[in-house]
Design a protein around this ligand. Structure first.
Ligand SMILES: [Ca+2]
Ligand SMILES: [Ca+2]
Ligand SMILES: [Ca+2]
Ligand SMILES: [Ca+2]
Length: 297
């Protein structure tokens, strides 16, 4: 099956505020949106590797953390259409070494990806006759060229559709994990070869199934992390910056993150509650450009 054209279309608005920043780092503003300023960064050590963030869907607002700590939010980005049910995403869409945000509109099957702290957005559309609004978006560097692109996972058929470009049909499609409608797709470089792989999380058992390489087959790694009773949200990232992706869980009730640097069960190496106000917050992961790196540009 082919999914049709992926087209680069028009821009979306993005606003970034650097919290507690200098005059160099004030709020950008476009298209009538305004950012907000929150708590200053206090006692947070900026660590290498990926950090988390939370997307407030009701406000179309990303809160991005610069460390693994309660008061680690350093950047806020207004992006996407508030209250429209869009799914937050992140990736290094322009290959500059830093991740930025994006959103996916399940109703229309459109990706909106933002490249910078203030602009350079592109809208990418997967046009597919068979796409369903139940399909879930993922992003990763599937071909290892340093730039992240998008993909979709169809829970009903267990198929992944991945593209390496901004146009044309999917470059890779394969089935993995069967047809468990409640499984959640993940992307990460589990084997550290420079190319992102996919995985699945079963909320009913809190088990991760990870596959190395983009092809059908059995899971290369499987383990339970977290408790099946909680039905927390899975995330993936390279928390320690060693080039290998691992997983984590987000507890929406306590707004608490549990991160592990191993592909195995057991205790989380890092856990913290991210202090963000809002309701219906969804987690994102990325190597965000830290305010100190913004200032140095
Ligand atoms: Ca980038
Ligand atoms: Ca790529
Ligand atoms: Ca890999
Ligand atoms: Ca790692």
């Amino acid at each position: 099956m082919r999914m049709g054209a992926v087209r680069v279309l028009v821009a979306l608005a993005a606003v970034v505020c650097v919290i507690g920043g200098s005059s160099l780092l004030g709020c950008g503003r476009q298209s009538g949106h305004r950012g907000s300023v929150g708590e200053p960064e206090i006692g947070v050590t900026h660590t290498p590797g990926d950090h988390v963030g939370l997307y407030d869907e009701s406000r179309g607002l990303f809160h991005l953390a610069g460390g693994h700590a309660a008061l680690a939010v350093v950047v806020r980005v207004e992006f996407g259409k508030a209250g429209a049910g869009w799914v937050p995403m992140s990736g290094d869409w322009d290959g500059d070494g830093f991740d930025t945000v994006g959103v996916y509109d399940p109703e229309n099957g459109e990706f909106y990806l933002g490249n910078g702290e203030a602009g350079e957005e592109a809208r990418i559309t997967f046009a597919s006759g068979r796409r369903d609004k139940e399909w879930l978006p993922i992003a990763g560097d599937w071909d290892g060229d340093g730039t992240d692109t998008v993909g979709l996972y169809d829970p009903s058929s267990g198929k992944f559709y991945l593209t390496n470009r901004r146009e044309g049909p999917p470059d890779v499609e394969f089935g993995f994990g069967g047809t468990k409608a409640k499984w959640v797709p993940l992307a990460g470089d589990w084997d550290g070869d420079g190319k992102d792989d996919v995985g699945l999380f079963d909320p009913a058992t809190s088990k991760f199934r990870l596959r190395n390489g983009l092809a059908s087959g059995k899971a290369d790694v499987r383990f339970q992390f977290g408790s099946r009773e909680h039905r927390w949200t899975p995330i993936a990232g390279d928390w320690d910056g060693d080039g290998t992706g691992t997983v984590g869980l987000y507890d929406p009730t306590g707004r608490r993150f549990y991160l592990t640097d191993r592909l195995a069960g057991g205790r989380a190496q890092v856990q913290f509650t991210l202090k963000v106000t809002g309701r219906d917050l969804a987690p994102v992961v990325g190597r965000w450009r830290h305010p100190s790196q913004l200032a140095g540009r």
